[in-house]
Design a protein around this ligand. Structure first.
Ligand code: PHE
Length: 397
């Protein structure tokens, strides 16, 4: 088979010209750039590369999500450079964790940078905004990590390679009832976060159906520095477990401020606390914490261990879930481009939506009719010694 004929990659020359014309290389380094940066997986973009965009929080309260995803995306691009198939060139943008910014950047990537697909973003509230723009423009957007159920409802150009919050919430409720054997939960929710509200709802439904009682719910706003009133109220509810569907930037300081008061009450959260910065922010908090997530670096699956070794060799750090998801999303997009045989948006969208049994680091990825991945959920247990693999819950259970 003649490869050059098979890939009908269009507008190769104009991609390179557009790069020069729009000064995409002037984006600056990682962390805080707004202009974006073109990358061919390290050095110069490969000739004839397909441009893909990424909108990630590289600064702000969820910056570790962006940093880790970008590291995973770049690692995948470096590997893909050596492989057969289309060459990809990355243009990434920092949304600073903001939803209005996300919508603006997705539009910019599509209209100005002329990317053929967008990866991102991470926090669901932001991805919801970006997904609407991509859907309206008819350009595929694939989120590596956003779990809110409504995201893929934006339309058939929007997909994800992770599980959804109804799955995550129900798995966590069962963990509390069956493994921790707790029946009185207090929920602490970030009212302005679609992720937090959606995950709380999913947990509440399964937990109460399974015989659990919600003894009370308290809310806060992301970025709140002083949690003392909330901590007092929650403690007075006398729960035997706390469910905190929020991000590490809030949960870390909250636990630090709770100190010994929650020591005997296990804290249960979703993937939003899966960040290396959680441990820095929570200080010397000693209570048990359980979280659901997409990947565990100490999972003895050989595929996971091979990835951990590669990532460590490249970055001298242990990868978190976001890194593995960024890597998997890039591989999934590349695989889809290969199968589509073209970067035509409609064909690429169909190929993405047909992703089936893709062997990812975060599990086997198959998109269902709603363009959500049906995957295993990993539970980590956090103690002062760090996060450890606790169990894997197979998809559909
Ligand atoms: N699932 C979170 C959201 O939708 C984002 C996230 C994914 C955070 C994975 C950490 C790890 O908002």
């Amino acid at each position: 088979m003649m490869r050059p004929n098979r890939w009908r990659w269009v507008a190769v020359a104009s991609v390179v010209l557009a790069l020069a014309a729009f000064g995409c290389d002037k984006g600056g380094g990682e962390g805080g750039q707004t202009g974006g940066k073109a990358e061919g997986g390290g050095d110069k973009p490969a000739a004839g590369a397909i441009k893909i965009g990424a909108v990630l929080p590289l600064s702000g309260q969820t910056a570790t999500y962006g940093e880790e995803s970008l590291a995973g995306i770049k690692l995948a691009l470096e590997e893909l450079k050596e492989q057969d198939g289309p060459k990809l060139e990355l243009v990434f943008k920092d949304n600073k964790g903001d939803s209005t910014e996300t919508a603006k950047l997705v539009s910019q990537l599509i209209k100005i940078d002329k990317v053929k697909a967008v990866l991102g973003s991470v926090a669901s509230t932001n991805t919801l905004k970006g997904a609407k723009v991509a859907q309206e423009a008819g350009v595929p957007l694939m989120t590596p990590a956003s779990t809110n159920v409504d995201i893929t409802k934006k339309g058939e150009y929007v997909s994800r390679i992770c599980f959804i919050d109804p799955v995550q919430g129900s798995v966590l409720a069962k963990l509390v009832l069956e493994d921790l054997k707790k029946k009185k939960a207090a929920i602490i929710v970030d009212k302005a976060s679609d992720y937090s509200v959606g995950l709380a709802k999913a947990f509440r439904e399964t937990f109460t159906k399974g015989g659990g009682e919600i003894v009370g719910e308290e809310s806060f706003t992301a970025g709140e520095a002083d949690f003392s009133a909330l901590i007092t109220k929650v403690t007075e509810l006398s729960p035997d477990v706390l469910f905190v569907p929020a991000y590490y930037g809030d949960v870390g300081p909250m636990l630090k401020q709770a100190g010994d008061r929650w020591k005997e009450i296990p804290v249960v959260a979703g993937d939003g606390i899966d960040s290396p910065d959680l441990y820095k922010l929570m200080g010397s908090y000693t209570g048990d914490i359980y979280m659901s997530t997409h990947f565990a670096a100490d999972d003895n699956d050989p595929k996971v261990q091979a990835f951990v070794k590669k990532y460590k060799g490249r970055y001298s750090k242990v990868p978190g879930a976001m890194a593995a998801l960024g890597y998997d999303a890039t591989m999934a997009l590349h695989d889809s481009l290969k199968r589509a045989g073209s970067s035509d948006p409609a064909k690429l969208k169909d190929a993405i939506n047909g992703i089936s049994k893709l062997n990812g680091i975060t599990g086997t990825i198959t998109l269902n009719a709603d363009r959500n991945a049906e995957k295993d959920v990993v539970i980590l247990k956090v103690s002062p010694a760090g996060a450890k693999f606790f169990k894997r819950i197979p998809s559909g259970s």
